[in-house]
Each structure stands twice: as structure tokens, then as C-alpha cells.
Design a protein around this ligand. Structure first.
Ligand code: NAD
Length: 502
């Protein structure tokens, strides 16, 4: 670990468990065995508030992947996991949730140090969300069943359906909510009786490696959950093509999702894609301006804008435009920019130098295209990857900053006169992950909801996520759902059984 990271940990007094975890060599969990780097390549993990090296993770090989898949297959095709009764699966998932909760401080610190994110948000959102997700899906394990059917065919039959787990699930996740996004996929898969091979994002594998220790501690049989760290273009691509994997559940960019989709389709693999977004926000002239401004600012700047369903394009009705923009800027000014481990931090650094440069290039593009910069716009001159929360006004629909996913703290705003026109602009995007409306007029709100082409519509809120509600996109934001009972349908096959009675 670089001394600058060590000083950072000391400055904010991270717990002993976190220090111990970060100090030891990182290993992958493959089929119940911890695999050290050995002669594999490794990847330096960088702490985003200081730009110092935290540790190194091994880069998994194709042989590692084969071993992980084989172990998952064995457990699925008749191993201890397949023979477990539903209530026993439920009990194990609850035990895992309890362990995650018991280690929440450490996991939140690891997530903050690895991603750069606010430690308070990591605790309240990422880790609590992970615990809730395991508890929610634990309850489903004993409640999955088919239907008995009375057919109208001549003759006598017993006809029923069975819900059967799909098999080995390849889990590929991005770096913005590493533990929580993984949990959405793994908790549901385990509840149905599937087994899993997880590939975290190379930038942020640490919390998933700590999670793998808790999986063992919970008593989940070896091979049911393997974690292979490695590069997306190598291990991720090989997972999409692997004949031993029955389904890929992928969260990440639309660009990579398209490639994964092509490969998975050629192997007739089941597939869920949770992809990028450019979510629109409509602020109507009857909205509570102060509350809307605060929620809109949080809706884009939470996790420094590195949120797939962040409200990135705001359309404000002309009558309240200036007042709303004033309130928005004032609230944004109050958001503290600080290192992730600072408990008061709201705007944390971006995950990497690459992401910081990418966001900076979009800000530059906005300036060049003539959008009016009304707040922020600078990369901070300090160690780490800090970009000010940035707001552009009077943006036009063709601009690059309006069309493309930036995945950083950059908000584009546009006034509107006609609600129909604003709706067209809101829907004028290849993406369809989420949308938000701020208004107190129920008639207008209910008429707008069905017309917004998005997987989630928030009203007077943003990014309210709960395991009981499905999450997933329309259009180029993907297909299939995570969370809610809807996700379970994507993890089970329906088998029709016909029995002739004589
Ligand atoms: P990314 O697509 O670059 O990477 C996502 C994952 O895919 C990583 O684990 C990466 O290693 C792996 N990967 C990379 N190349 C691969 C390949 N050729 N084959 C298989 N796997 C490969 O995305 P990112 O930069 O990590 O994350 C940001 C993106 O994720 C944004 O577009 C964001 O909108 C999206 N995202 C979507 C959701 C959602 O629920 N819809 C949630 C979070 C993030």
C-alpha cells in the first residue's frame, strides 16, 4: 500500500478489520479454494481520493474460469446445493445477510476506499441495500412454485408447470455500486437454486472478495459462489462464451452489453442486460420549487453522478425556470466536496483518472457547443479525481452533453413552454432507464407516466430503490429486470408436465 493511502486511512481512522483486510494479499475464491496471484498477472487497485495504490488483485486466467464454472456446475447438477430444501436455502441466505450486516462498517469502508464514494452513503445505501436484498430474496426461496392446470383437450390429464432454476449464472458487474449490484444478481440467483460465477469490475473488486469470505462463513457450499477477478475483455468475454454457463446477467455500459449480448446469443444463453442511461427529469410549473431543486441536485450528484439512472437531463417549465435554477444552484453549492472517508462528504472523487478525464472532456464539449455553464465546470487541482458538480443551462437537444451518457457530476438543463414538446425531448434518447416528474398535479402526472419510455418513473423523488420493486431499462438501457418477483422469472425455466390418466 502506498504511504499516501496509509496516511489517508489513519487520518480518518478506519476500523482494524478494514486495515487487516487491505493489508493481506488478495485472492480469488474459485470452487471453495482461495487462489493467490502465483504466476498470474496482477492489477493495481487505486484509491480515488489520493490516487495512491491500495493493493493488487490477481488477474484470473481461462483455467481459473473453467475451474469456477466446473464447481458451479457440479453443485447445480446434483451437488449439495441442488439437494438443499428451499427452507435450508432460505436459512443460509438469511445467515449471509446477518453476516454482511455484522460487518457493515468494514464493508462500507472498503467500498469507500475502493470506489472513492462517500463512506456514509456506502453504509446507508450500498451495504444496507445489500443486506435488504439478501433478506428479501431469502424469503422467496420457499415460495417459488408452478401452477396446476385443467386443460380443455379431450381425454383426462394431469397438467402442471414446474419452476426450475436455469443453472449456472455468470454475473458481470460495473464499478459504481460493486457490492450492491452484485447482490441484486447473486441473492436472487441463489434463492432460485442457481449457482454463480461472479466477475467484479477490475477497478473495484475488493468488497466482492470480502463478501466471498462471508459466503464461506455462512456455510454456503463450496462452488455455489465463485469470484474471479480479471479484465472484462478477457474473463468477462470468456464468461459470455463459456458453454458451462447457462445465463449471463450483465450490468454495465450499452457498448459492452451489446458485445456480451452478441456472444451470449450465439450460445443461446439466457441474458439480462442492465445498461446505460440518460434519464430525463420534467419539472412542471406547479412543483414545489425548493423540494424539487433539492431532489434534482441529489438525483444527479449522488455518488458524483456515477449512477446509471441519475437524472441527467432536466426540462423546466418556463414560468418557474429562473427561480428553480437559482434554488438548484444554491443547493448544489451546499454539497460538500471531500474525500470519500470524510463522513460529511457528498461529492466524492470519480473512480479513476480515466473517468475524470472523460467527464472533463464532456464539460469541454458543452462549453464548445455553446451551452451556458452556470455552476462548477472544473477539475480540482488536488490529489485524486475530483470534478466539481457542474450545471449547464439552455442546452439544445442535438448537443453531445444532452445525447450521451457522461456518468459524472454534470447536469444539462433546458427550459420548455409546451409540455408535449418537453415530453418529446425527454423521450428523444436511445436510452430508457428511468425518468422523473416534479409536480403536484395528479392529473398531469398520471397522464405523463404512461407516455415516458422508461423502466422506472419517479414522481417527486429520484433513485428510490427497494428490493421489492423491479429495476431495469427500456430501449438501449437493456432488458430483463433485477429485483422484485420479476427478476425471479428471469432465473427460472417453466417446465410443462403432461400426464395421461387411463
Ligand atoms: P463497462 O461496460 O465498461 O464494464 C462493466 C463490466 O463488464 C465490468 O466488470 C467489465 O470488466 C466487464 N467487461 C468489459 N468488457 C467486457 C467484455 N468485452 N465482455 C464481457 N465483460 C466485459 O461499464 P463500467 O464502466 O464498469 O460501468 C459504467 C456503465 O455501467 C455505465 O454505462 C452505466 O450506466 C452502467 N450501469 C448500468 C446500471 C443499470 O442497472 N442499468 C447500473 C450501473 C451501471
Amino acid at each position: 500500500m502506498d504511504s499516501v493511502v496509509q496516511q489517508y486511512l489513519e487520518q480518518f481512522g478506519v476500523c482494524e478489520a478494514t486495515q487487516r483486510f487491505l493489508a493481506k494479499p488478495q485472492k480469488m475464491l474459485i470452487g471453495g479454494t482461495w487462489i493467490a496471484q502465483g504466476d498470474r498477472e496482477s492489477f493495481a487497485v487505486i484509491e480515488p481520493s489520493t490516487a495512491g495504490v491500495i493493493t493488487h488483485i490477481p488477474l484470473g486466467t481461462m483455467a481459473d474460469l473453467d475451474r469456477a464454472v466446473e464447481a458451479a456446475r457440479q453443485q447445480f447438477d446434483g451437488g449439495a446445493w441442488r439437494r438443499l430444501k428451499p427452507l435450508e436455502r432460505e436459512r443460509l441466505l438469511h445467515r449471509l445477510a446477518d453476516l454482511i450486516e455484522a460487518n457493515a462498517t468494514e464493508l462500507a469502508e472498503i467500498e469507500s476506499i475502493d470506489v472513492g464514494k462517500s463512506v456514509a452513503n456506502a453504509r446507508d445505501v450500498d451495504i444496507q441495500g445489500t443486506v435488504d436484498t439478501f433478506r428479501y430474496f431469502a424469503g422467496w426461496a420457499s415460495k417459488l412454485h408452478g401452477r396446476t392446470v385443467e386443460p380443455s383437450l379431450p381425454g383426462d390429464y394431469v397438467a402442471y408447470t414446474r419452476k426450475e432454476p436455469i443453472g449456472v449464472i455468470g454475473v458481470i458487474v460495473p464499478w459504481n455500486f460493486p457490492l450492491q449490484t452484485m447482490a441484486w444478481k447473486v441473492a436472487a440467483a441463489l434463492a432460485t437454486g442457481c449457482t454463480t460465477v461472479i466477475k467484479p469490475a477490475e477497478l473495484t473488486s475488493l468488497s466482492t472478495l470480502r463478501f466471498a469470505e462471508l459466503v464461506q462463513e455462512a456455510g454456503i457450499p463450496d462452488g455455489v459462489v465463485s469470484v474471479i477477478t480479471g479484465r472484462g475483455r478477457d474473463i468477462g468475454a470468456a464468461m459470455a462464451a463459456h458453454p458451462g454457463i447457462d445465463k449471463i446477467t450483465f450490468t454495465g455500459s450499452t457498448e459492452v452489453g451489446r458485445t456480451v449480448g452478441h456472444t451470449a446469443a450465439s450460445g443461446i444463453k439466457r441474458l439480462t442486460l442492465e445498461l446505460g442511461g440518460k434519464s430525463p427529469v420534467l419539472v412542471l410549473d406547479d412543483a414545489d420549487i425548493e423540494a424539487a431543486a433539492q431532489a434534482v441536485a441529489n438525483g444527479i450528484f449522488f455518488n458524483s453522478g456515477q449512477v446509471c439512472d441519475a437524472g441527467t437531463r432536466v426540462y423546466v417549465q418556463r414560468g418557474i425556470h429562473d427561480k428553480f435554477m437559482g434554488a438548484l444552484i444554491e443547493h448544489t453549492r451546499s454539497l460538500k466536496i471531500a474525500p470519500g472517508l470524510d463522513r460529511d462528504c457528498f461529492i466524492s472523487p470519480l473512480v479513476s483518472a480515466l473517468q475524470m478525464d472523460r467527464v472533463a472532456s464532456y464539460i469541454e464539449a458543452g462549453r464548445r457547443e455553446g451551452a451556458e455553464l452556470v455552476h462548477g465546470g472544473r477539475v480540482l487541482d488536488r490529489p485524486g479525481y475530483f470534478v466539481e458538480p457542474t450545471i449547464f443551462a439552455h442546452c439544445r437537444s442535438g448537443m453531445k452533453i444532452v445525447r450521451e451518457e457522461i456518468f459524472g457530476p454534470v447536469l444539462v438543463t433546458t427550459p420548455f413552454d409546451d409540455l408535449g414538446d418537453a415530453l418529446s425531448q425527454a423521450n428523444d434518447s436511445p436510452y430508457g432507464l428511468a425518468a422523473a416528474i416534479y409536480s403536484n398535479d395528479l392529473n398531469r402526472v398520471h397522464r405523463l407516466i404512461p407516455q415516458l419510455r422508461a423502466g422506472t418513473v419517479y414522481v417527486n423523488a429520484h433513485s428510490t430503490i427497494d428490493p421489492s420493486m423491479p429495476f431495469g431499462g427500456f430501449k438501449a438501457s437493456g432488458f430483463g429486470k433485477d429485483l422484485g418477483p420479476e427478476q425471479l422469472d428471469h432465473l427460472m425455466e417453466s417446465k410443462a408436465v403432461w400426464i395421461t390418466l387411463r
